[in-house]
Design a protein around this ligand. Structure first.
Ligand SMILES: [Zn+2]
Length: 823
């Protein structure tokens, strides 16, 4: 706390109160002022397809593709063989002379752009952490061998139209262009037919979103098939044919349609799939069907296939085949899983609104997933729907499925999700345990992947372009759902608050804005998942408040369900539906890489001077004494008993020895009277009221260290110990985004100002969040110095563990130590 220089004290009265927003503002072009510039400078121009309010326009359109596929799973060769038919409906206003298919499996070909453009650091599987410098992991080497051993990608036959005519095609990496015999006019459709085959990827070494998993102990398999068939490339109003090749990271841009899929698999397999099973009588036993019926109204998950039955089932095999037929309406993709290993449980979920579809929540998992899968999976599926529906719309499909498919992580498709995490069996003791990370990882990943059925499976954002639009929004809702699953849910490691988790990333180097194309993002996880989730948490709790935010977010979800939103549609809707100008927020959090760090600076406290010399001069005298203590030398002189000359010769004293500079005289009294007389009545009233109440005037400085403009949730603490919560909106930075001074006039003297006590704004450096500063307290551990270096003689004395291999030397011949020769 600084004190005002004495000479100023008398002038303080009213003049300083007018120094506010008009204080000198230095805005560097392209810097401070840009932080509040209109976002329209960056967003695409609104039109009749996408309006300025962020809603789909009167002329909104999207294409549609319906699929019929008959596919056979060859378990001995790990291979799919299919006959496929697509009906493509051109609902755009454009005439199309060609259409494109996306062939995602081609990413695994030796000559794919994806594989050839890998750099050393990402040549491992996506699960492998990247080593430092020149390094090669076991996983990367195994992956190299897996690609060497087998060919992947589609073997695709001639593409024919409905009349059987062969159409000309051109393959470009993961995309296939089909030239149409006649241009496809608006409002018309075309049917194409083709056969294809492909090897199923061995998922563990290669790292893919689908494939097969081998269980070496029982020599059994499970298959989970994703991006397994050629799909129509999206044609949109904003980019025409989506022409970014599949490089592995940027996910999918897809059209909605209906699916009729026949899956022919070994007869002892259980199949989990997008869609509704059409022939339960042909593929399920009477007991299984009865259990499914019971599950509809059950209060906890019911086994359709029990763990014991699954264990029995996986022991044998069969050469018989059986066809499961599924239909799915209005989905943008289709995935499935098949294995003789599956335990299957189910529990019905009746939504609040009786008009909404009844949902069967189901889980499929091998015994290797037990006991945590039967305990948590289906509950997590239903919990997700409960929470997400409150923030968006009722779950729109009749089934919601979680399949245990791999070690960690997960992947989402319409109605079905593939999720990791299993317990581990200790090799020696045979004991089954699972870590805290496995338990919460499992619940978390299921919430996350089921959540994706809302975003982007229904709110069909363009994942190839913008990862944050599905991952960010979804991680935000996942976070909310996890806090509602269990308090202190460890979503972000040991930190339960996403805002405490994200600060490290936001201060880091090598960052790109959230608004970056998926395939070029660095620090992918924090960029596209946690930072947008943190941004939305700040928006909801610190900027907009829950009521405005929740309404706007629901509005966005409902405007764009079963449609294709772009970032601008999200930004615009959130502002339009809430009446909150968020241009500064989108700029800072989504288009920039600044972080939040505001330092609470000086507090300067004043009381308003009455200018009455009778009261002010004595105050000045005591202030002067407090600020300027007597000279040390003078005090020492007195301590030594040294007398001054004036003490020794009192006749030297005069007027000035009797009157210090703070003595009131008539001139001062006259001046004061003159001052009072010149005041307007309202000025006198204001002054007298403040004096009577003893009002305190405080100037508090804030420095924007991180650069990102932010609201300032403050806790003001007063001399009597009382506190006041005071939220300064982010607009406080609109004239000067570097430094602001706030004025607080209060009846009580302010003793401290604290910023972000509740951790609401992701402020990165908490040490500068309070004035006066706190001394940080922690514990320090002592460390012991350690000898480094190898003692070869000692190492030679160690005993060999286990049996020596033949020819292995087990002893080192040490030369006898010679005593040092006498000098
Ligand atoms: Zn995700």
């Amino acid at each position: 706390m600084k004190h005002a220089p004495l000479a100023l004290a008398g002038l303080l009265a009213v003049t300083l109160l007018s120094v506010t927003a008009t204080a000198a503002v230095k805005t560097t072009p392209g810097q401070a002022d840009q932080r509040f510039a209109q976002l329209e400078q960056l967003l695409p121009t609104p039109n009749t397809v996408r309006t300025a309010s962020g809603a789909p326009g009167a002329q909104y359109w999207q294409q549609r593709a319906d699929y019929r596929i008959k596919v056979t799973l060859d378990e001995t060769r790990h291979r799919l063989k299919a006959r496929q038919s697509i009906t493509y409906m051109n609902r755009s206003p454009d005439t199309l002379s060609y259409i494109w298919l996306q062939l995602d499996q081609n990413i695994f070909k030796d000559d794919s752009i994806s594989r050839r453009s890998e750099v050393a650091a990402n040549s491992g599987t996506r699960r492998d952490s990247i080593g430092a410098g020149d390094s090669l992991s076991f996983a990367a080497l195994r992956r190299h061998h897996a690609f060497e051993d087998r060919n992947y990608g589609y073997e695709i036959g001639p593409v024919r139209d409905a009349g059987g005519r062969v159409l000309r095609t051109t393959l470009n990496d993961t995309m296939l262009r089909i030239d149409l015999p006649q241009p496809l006019r608006p409002g018309t459709s075309i049917e194409i037919n083709f056969d294809w085959e492909s090897n199923i990827v061995d998922e563990a070494p290669i790292g893919a979103r689908g494939g097969y998993e081998h269980f070496p102990d029982s020599n059994t398999y499970q298959y989970f098939l994703a991006q397994w068939f050629p799909r129509l490339v999206a044609y949109t109003d904003y980019t025409g044919w989506q022409h970014k090749q599949f490089l592995g990271r940027g996910e999918f841009t897809l059209e909605f349609g209906d699916y009729d899929i026949e899956l022919t698999v070994p007869a002892d397999h259980i199949v989990a799939s997008t869609g509704v099973l059409q022939n339960p009588d042909a593929v399920l036993t009477a007991a299984q069907r009865a259990r499914l019926k019971k599950a509809e109204t059950a209060k906890s998950p019911v086994f359709i296939v029990t763990p014991q039955e699954a264990l029995e089932n996986e022991k044998t095999g069969t050469s018989q085949m059986r066809t499961w037929r599924f239909k799915a309406e209005n989905v943008r993709d289709f995935a499935w899983a098949s294995s003789r290993k599956y335990i299957w449980d189910a529990m019905g979920y009746r939504q609040n609104d009786a008009k909404q579809p009844f949902v069967m929540a189901m889980s499929f998992y091998p015994n290797e997933g037990e006991p945590i899968w039967s305990k948590y999976s289906t509950h997590a599926v239903i919990h997700t729907m409960e929470v997400y529906s409150r923030f968006s719309f009722p779950y729109p499909y009749p089934v919601a499925i979680s399949v245990n498919s791999w070690e960690r992580g997960g992947m989402e498709y319409p109605m079905i999700t593939f999720n990791g995490y299993r317990p581990t069996r200790d090799e020696k003791s045979g004991k089954l345990t699972y870590s805290r990370n496995t338990k919460y990882g499992l619940i978390g990943v299921i919430i996350h992947e089921i959540g994706h059925i809302y975003f982007p499976m229904v709110v069909n954002s363009d994942e190839r372009q913008w990862t944050w639009m599905d991952e960010g929004l979804n991680t935000f809702l996942e976070y909310i759902a996890e806090l509602e699953w269990e308090e202190n849910f460890p979503t972000f490691g040991d930190k339960t608050n996403v805002l405490d988790f994200i600060t490290g990333y936001m201060q880091s180097q090598d960052q790109v804005p959230i608004m970056t194309n998926s395939d070029t993002i660095v620090q992918f996880g924090p960029n596209a998942y946690s930072k947008p989730a943190a941004a939305l948490a700040v928006l909801r709790e610190a900027v907009m408040g829950r009521e405005l935010f929740d309404h706007a977010f629901r509005e966005y979800s409902n405007r764009w369900k079963f449609k294709r939103p772009t970032p601008a549609d999200f930004f615009r809707t959130m502002e339009d539906a809430s009446g909150v100008d968020l241009d500064w927020f989108w700029r800072g959090w989504f288009y920039g890489t600044d972080y939040v760090d505001v330092s609470v600076g000086d507090i300067r406290a004043y009381q308003i001077s009455s200018q009455d010399p009778e009261t002010e001069f004595p105050l000045r005298r005591s202030e002067f004494a407090a600020n300027w203590p007597e000279s040390y030398s003078q005090r020492q002189n007195r301590a030594e008993g040294r007398q001054t000359r004036v003490d020794r010769y009192p006749e030297l004293k005069d007027f000035y020895n009797e009157n210090d500079p703070f003595v009131v005289n008539n001139k001062d009294r006259n001046q004061y009277k003159e001052f009072r007389d010149k005041l307007e009545t309202w000025e006198r009233t204001a002054l007298d009221r403040a004096i009577k109440a003893g009002e305190h005037v405080h100037f508090v400085d804030f420095q924007n260290v991180g650069g990102l403009v932010t609201p300032l949730p403050l806790t003001l603490t007063f001399a009597d110990g009382s506190t006041e919560e005071y939220q300064v909106p982010a607009e406080v930075w609109r004239y000067n985004a570097e430094k602001v001074t706030k004025l607080f006039i209060r009846k009580q003297r302010l003793v401290s100002v604290e910023l972000d006590r509740n951790h609401l704004i992701a402020d990165a450096d908490k040490s500068n969040n309070i004035t006066p500063r706190r001394i940080e307290q922690s514990r320090i551990e002592l460390f012991k110095g350690r000898d480094s270096g190898r003692n070869q003689m000692l190492d030679a004395l160690a005993e060999l563990k286990g049996e020596p291999k033949s020819g292995e030397k087990t002893e080192t011949k040490a030369l006898p130590l010679q005593p040092a020769p006498p000098k």
